[in-house]
Design a protein around this ligand. Structure first.
Ligand code: NAP
Length: 307
């Protein structure tokens, strides 16, 4: 029987991806929407998750698509009501709240899924396989986009907990933590905060893995013109480049054939498999690197940012 799922927070990603992918999935039925600003035609509508959960046995699961600052309370309420929970990325505003949710889900026998959509980009699985057999010399990440194009008017993203440039940057970190064979850790960094904002507009980070492989990441929201979402891995066998957010894979200068984009289909297939087994998947490693960056980096104040 299909899993009846309710969407919470009907914003950009819910409309662009969750609604069409759930609707097309054989594993799910879109059963309700909870969002303060309104719902969808022909679907039960609730102003918020409390009202949705009060509607008794109408849903089995929720997809939480609000900003991260709102995620914990909603996830907690859903778990306590016995619902399986799909968390948009990042899974929360702090590591500790996500750990609390993971423990709560375990204790209540429901599935908790911390989703990382970029790990399902079409070049990522093949990149991970290819890297596994090579000696890595260095890794460099450049994730540079125009915030005015991608996040117009999103006040929450500039507030504490909203992550600023780490909102896209964490997608790069979710890929790198997935494809590299060994854990890595931050050596130092610089975070650039606009004078009028509570979250960074740029981050320059230097990491190293346990064998000494250098890893650098440059995240910047001030890029105009062509946008850059590239990960470059230098190996003893040539360079591997994942570009366009992980959807284009180039090895030793040759573009590889990849499947069409299906990131959210991949996420929902995974969530359905977790629910079937009553298991959770809560990998916080990308968020941990962001937390480390906040702990270990120098801060500089840069020009105020206005939308
Ligand atoms: P968004 O367009 O701002 O939508 C978020 C929705 O959440 C809002 O429409 C709002 O709906 C609801 N909400 C609940 N509490 C809120 C609060 N305190 N402040 C603002 N909105 C609140 O954001 P989004 O781009 O969809 O991103 C949501 C999450 O998905 C983020 O964690 C983001 O990182 C992730 N994500 C986004 C994208 C993307 O391309 N945009 C891609 C992948 C993942 P109501 O006002 O109706 O309640």
């Amino acid at each position: 029987m299909a899993i009846r799922i309710g969407i919470v927070g009907l914003g950009k990603i819910a409309r662009d991806q969750h609604v069409p992918v759930i609707t097309a999935s054989p594993d799910f039925t879109l059963a309700a929407v909870a969002s303060r600003s309104g719902g969808l035609p022909d679907l039960p509508y609730h102003h918020d998750i409390a009202a949705m959960l009060a509607d008794g046995d109408a849903i089995d699961a929720v997809a939480l698509c609000q900003p991260p600052q709102a995620r914990y309370e909603a996830a907690r309420a859903a778990i306590l009501a016995g619902k399986h929970v799909f968390l948009e990325k990042p899974p929360g505003a702090t590591l500790s709240e996500v750990k609390t949710l993971a423990d709560l889900a375990r204790d209540h026998g429901v599935s908790l899924f911390a989703s990382w959509h970029s790990r399902y980009a079409s070049g990522v699985a093949a990149a991970k396989d290819w890297i596994a057999g090579r000696v890595i010399r260095s890794v460099s990440v450049a994730w540079k986009e125009d915030v005015r194009v991608w996040h117009p008017g999103q006040a929450w993203i500039w507030e504490p907990g909203g992550l600023g440039v780490f909102d896209p940057g964490i997608n790069a970190l979710s890929i790198v933590t997935h494809i590299l064979p060994r854990p890595f850790f931050l050596l130092d960094g610089t975070l650039s905060f606009p004078a009028n904002r509570g979250a960074p507009i740029a981050a320059d980070l230097t990491f190293r893995d346990e064998t000494g492989v250098p890893i650098t990441a440059a995240f910047d929201w001030r890029q105009t013109g062509p946008q850059t979402w590239d990960i470059r891995v230098e190996t003893d066998d040539g360079a591997l480049v994942l570009s366009k957010g992980g959807s284009v894979l180039t090895i030793a200068g040759m573009v590889q054939e990849t499947a069409p984009e299906a990131e959210y289909r991949g996420l929902y297939d995974r969530f359905a498999a977790l629910v079937a087994r009553r298991e959770s998947d809560v990998d916080v490693s990308p968020l941990r690197h962001v937390a480390d960056a906040y702990l270990r980096s120098a801060r500089v104040v840069v020009a105020a940012f206005e939308d």
